[in-house]
Design a protein. Structure first.
Length: 104
């Protein structure tokens, strides 16, 4: 899957979901120490834009920490209601956003 976007004339490309998620996350020293934090605010915004368009099935098939290595990942994966998942698996995070803003 291509995880790339162009922002203000600069192309940002992310090699995998784990790194994309780390760079999209708000700044934390642990992410920086782990080598997954965004180097700049622009990189963080670019990662958020890309992540917003990733289908749910990609996130489920590519957990940040592998199923066999992390109890929390196992609990989350095992708790998924498969009938609901099949209804939303092709949606992206941006697909859950309201399509119209409320007018004030």
């Amino acid at each position: 899957m291509l995880l790339r976007t162009k922002l203000h004339g600069k192309t940002f490309e992310f090699p995998d979901i784990r790194l994309l998620m780390g760079k999209a996350n708000e700044e934390k020293s642990g992410d920086r120490l782990a080598g997954v934090g965004a180097e700049t605010a622009a990189e963080r915004v670019a990662a958020k834009l890309v992540l917003a368009e990733v289908p749910m099935w990609v996130l489920r098939e590519n957990p940040a920490v592998p199923y066999d290595q992390d109890e929390i990942t196992r609990v989350i994966q095992d708790a998924v209601d498969e009938s609901v998942y099949h209804e939303i698996k092709d949606m992206t995070a941006s697909g859950f956003w309201p399509t119209q803003r409320l007018r004030t």
